[in-house]
Design a protein around this ligand. Structure first.
Ligand SMILES: [Ca+2]
Ligand SMILES: [Ca+2]
Ligand SMILES: [Ca+2]
Ligand SMILES: [Ca+2]
Length: 334
């Protein structure tokens, strides 16, 4: 029985890592279904970093598989800053610009500045396909604005992912309030219909934790070939509980956490069997006092200082700790 169980688990693990080279159907919502994150956050650039956004812009990349030939849409939920969902400071006066880029210059594997992490470098690379500025607008409060339609080939082709890449920037052009929003990649302008095999990723994630004790947020960085260690950096975590790293081979490594308006970093070793799968960074809220409206930033790099991608739909699926060592030690019952 036990041997059978082990065999099943091994088969399951192999299936998990082999079946989904670039994500699955749920990779259309950003934040993704498995991430359990309520909203992305970008503050107006006149805001204070102590509210949890270090740089007042956020960049996401969308990947459209080469064999998808139809047009698609990029939808933004609650693009305005006002009314529902958003974070006010004084009066509503924030304006955010959303910009969609395709073409040459977008692919962050080829153009490092496109990732948005190089200080002072222009990250608005590629062809601007669409853009719009939103203030406090009742029409788009708690509802969608739709960019598109776009042709997949308007993106920049990336051979490794066999996909066309698009870039979406949200920039807090004025004001000091926090814009909370989400994305959805859709085949339809009115309904949310996923693009099969599409995914989304970023290099620096600024997001809002849920306002409750029980919800655990996750991000899923992909551990690519050649990575032997990961340096994590988290910002403005408000001393809110624990951040744990889980993988198939890590039961939960605790990382140093930031408090108010500061960064904390640390290095996490990568074991060879963890390569080609995702890490699960888990954000557990503290259980004594409820920390409300906690916005936090996280970014990761490998041992060479190259930034890691976080995918909305984890590559290889959600990693589940498998205590294989313990299995071997267990004696079969007679
Ligand atoms: Ca304000
Ligand atoms: Ca709103
Ligand atoms: Ca909003
Ligand atoms: Ca915070």
């Amino acid at each position: 029985m036990i041997l059978k169980k082990i065999i099943y688990r091994v088969i399951f693990a192999v299936l998990l890592t082999g079946l989904f080279p670039i994500g699955k159907l749920s990779g259309q919502a950003v934040p993704g279904k498995d991430e359990n994150i309520s909203f992305l956050v970008t503050f107006g650039h006149e805001g204070e970093t102590s509210w949890g956004d270090d740089d007042f812009y956020q960049i996401f990349f969308f990947t459209i598989p080469r064999d998808f030939k139809q047009q698609f849409y990029i939808k933004v939920f609650d693009p305005d800053t006002g009314g529902e969902n958003d974070e006010i400071q004084g009066l509503w006066n924030t304006r955010c610009q959303f910009l969609v880029y395709g073409g040459k210059g977008v692919d962050p594997d080829k153009y490092e500045e496109s990732r948005g992490l190089l200080p002072g470098a222009n990250y608005k690379t590629g062809n601007l396909l669409a853009s719009r500025v939103f203030g406090s607008e009742a029409r788009y409060d708690n509802s969608y604005f739709t960019f598109g339609p776009f042709n997949p080939t308007a993106g920049e082709f990336n051979e490794k992912w066999n996909s066309y890449i698009f870039k979406v920037i949200c920039e807090g052009v004025s004001g000091d309030d926090g814009n909370l929003y989400r994305y959805f990649l859709s085949r339809d302008s009115r309904q949310d219909i996923p693009v099969e095999g599409a995914n989304a990723f970023t290099y620096e994630y600024t997001f809002r934790m849920w306002n409750d004790f029980k919800s655990v947020a996750h991000i899923y960085p992909f551990i690519d070939t050649g990575i032997v260690s990961v340096k994590q950096r988290n910002f403005d975590w408000d001393n809110d509980g624990n951040i744990l790293v889980v993988s198939r081979y890590k039961q939960g490594i605790e990382v140093p956490i930031s408090n108010e308006d500061n960064w904390k970093d640390s290095r996490i070793p990568v074991e060879p069997p963890e390569v080609g799968a995702s890490f699960d960074f888990q954000f557990h809220k503290r259980q004594d006092d409820l920390v409300r409206n906690n916005n936090v930033v996280i970014s990761l790099e490998n041992q060479r200082g190259d930034a890691l991608k976080f995918f909305s739909s984890p590559i290889g699926g959600v990693p589940v700790y498998k205590p294989s060592v313990v299995y071997r030690k267990t004696k079969p019952k007679n």
